[in-house]
Design a binder for this molecule. Sequence first.
Ligand code: R1P
Length: 332
Amino acid sequence: MNTKPDLFPAPPCSAADLPIDAEGRIYHLQITPEQLAPDILLVGDPGRAEFIARTFLHDLEVEREHRGLVTATGTSCATGGRTTIISPLRATVATSGMGTPSLEIVLNELVALCEIDFATRTPKPLFPRLHIIRVGTSGGLQASTRLGTSIITAYALGMDNTGLFYETPCPDQTCARLEQELAQVVEKAARPDSRFRGKIHPYVSRAEPAVVRALTQAAQELGVAARTGLTVSSSGFFAPQGRDISRLRPSTPELDRIFSEFDPGLDGLRIENMEMEASFLLHFLGGLGHWGGAICPVIANRRDNTFDHDYLTAIEGATKTALLALAALSTR
Ligand code: R1P
């Protein structure tokens, strides 16, 4: 893959812009370019990354932990499921941490490991396309969604502002239309006296359609309960997701209800879930020509106020689905 031939030759990245240690490892993830596989599972929780590495990968080439970020590369040979056995897939599992600020660090480093020649600190003329699927937890926004159902993201609505720092063209007309409509919805939802009314500007990103198809097919093959829909990525867990537990008033209350009632006008697709990372993942990867997707089981339903503390089975199902999808997408 070579996405930017017109920008060559590019100047080397400085040591301050791209910190690399004496062993040739990138600063936060502490792995070398050779230790990254182009097929990647990305999870928020470092414990989940360790669990996936232990349970689904063998012949580990590397397993690092630095600043709460776990990164491991190994081989996945079977997704389990009913009858589906896949041929060995070299895969990396990495942690994003919680929220887009941490994810922004991790994604930039994953892409740099893929695209930059660490010896010269300049872009490689050729590099493989990355396939990165987020396996996360989320809150369901539709009352009909049972706890444990995996939501496959078609579009993400970015209520964070991390994506606004990266210029990318709108991937399609749907993104452009939704951005306009959501700006009005969010402004209207703000308290009339809020000093922040009109200052929250959502951006909309699209999952790579081939990844959505691969995840949907994999879930069907494995018998994993899944729904496709839109995902709201919030800038926090409490007020940004409509929760009101502190003594400060939320500037924009009831965002969970407002998003659950919004009709995106997409053949019956609804806003299905809320989490904190899909927006930037899809925005950043889409702009670079890498492929991104997200599958996030619903562990709380915000419409009927239920919560499932025991969501490991749902995470296992989503992980197997993501690995099977990666195997189908892989250009090995
Ligand atoms: C909040 O509890 C965290 O859980 C969700 C949110 O996006 C946020 O990161 O995802 P993970 O379970 O992948 O961390």
